[in-house]
Design a protein around this ligand. Structure first.
Ligand SMILES: [Zn+2]
Length: 214
């Protein structure tokens, strides 16, 4: 419930329903819609990085590394690639592959379907794609958990990581993956990284530039 004061005499109470109705009307009358979406939308979709969703699925990592949530765990300075990928494969599997499409994404799509729309998002969990938004009208600025790149950015190809991530999850023991699953760049032999923007080596492939210029 939002209370809006208009002048000293009239107090108008605007409910959430009213607000939603106003937004719906604005959307219906718009010629085109640009959607800007960040982490809050995925949190509202149930992809929470803290609380039971974290503590129940990362008990072993919490005991070993003292992690408190999936956001800060993403910055943990793992000493080995085997440990890093043990954590990240589980993180990616949960948030990118296993997470169902969130209701807020479905509702948002219903509201804009039939209109010219474009999505600019910092979310890397692919919810917009999974919900059925037109991939040609999504610009995922900060990357995608589902792709790997050379850690040095020696070339701009991105690699789908689904099968590798699943295998890492299946075969990890004591917070480590087997060494032969550690990915290496097929061109320079360096480490591979997840294609998320965290340093100057973030790879923006042809698809990224195509989305930017849509
Ligand atoms: Zn390379």
């Amino acid at each position: 419930m939002f209370t809006i004061c208009k002048g000293s005499q009239n107090i108008v109470e605007e409910t959430l329903t009213d607000k939603a109705a106003n937004v719906r009307k604005l959307l219906q009358n718009a010629d085109a819609i640009i959607i800007g979406a960040g982490a809050g939308l995925s949190t509202a979709a149930g992809i929470e990085y803290a609380g039971p969703r974290f503590t129940e699925n990362f008990k072993d990592f919490i005991e070993r590394y003292g992690m408190t949530d999936m956001y800060s765990a993403g910055f943990y300075p793992f000493r080995t690639e085997e440990e890093k990928w043990a954590y990240w494969s589980r993180h990616i599997r949960m948030n990118r592959y296993d997470a169902p499409v969130g209701e807020p994404y479905r509702q948002l799509l219903k509201m804009v379907e039939g209109k010219p729309y474009f999505v600019i998002t910092t979310n890397v969990d692919a919810q917009f794609y999974k919900a059925g938004f037109d991939p040609l009208r999504i610009w995922a600025v900060q990357g995608d958990y589902g792709k790997l790149q050379c850690a040095c950015g020696c070339h701009d190809t991105l690699y789908d990581n689904h099968d590798l991530i699943m295998e890492m999850c299946e075969k990890q023991r004591d917070c480590r993956i087997p060494s032969d699953l550690v990915p290496h760049c097929p061109r320079c032999g360096e480490r591979m990284e997840i294609n998320i923007r965290k340093d100057m080596y973030f790879v923006q492939d042809a698809q990224w530039y195509a989305e930017q210029t849509e």
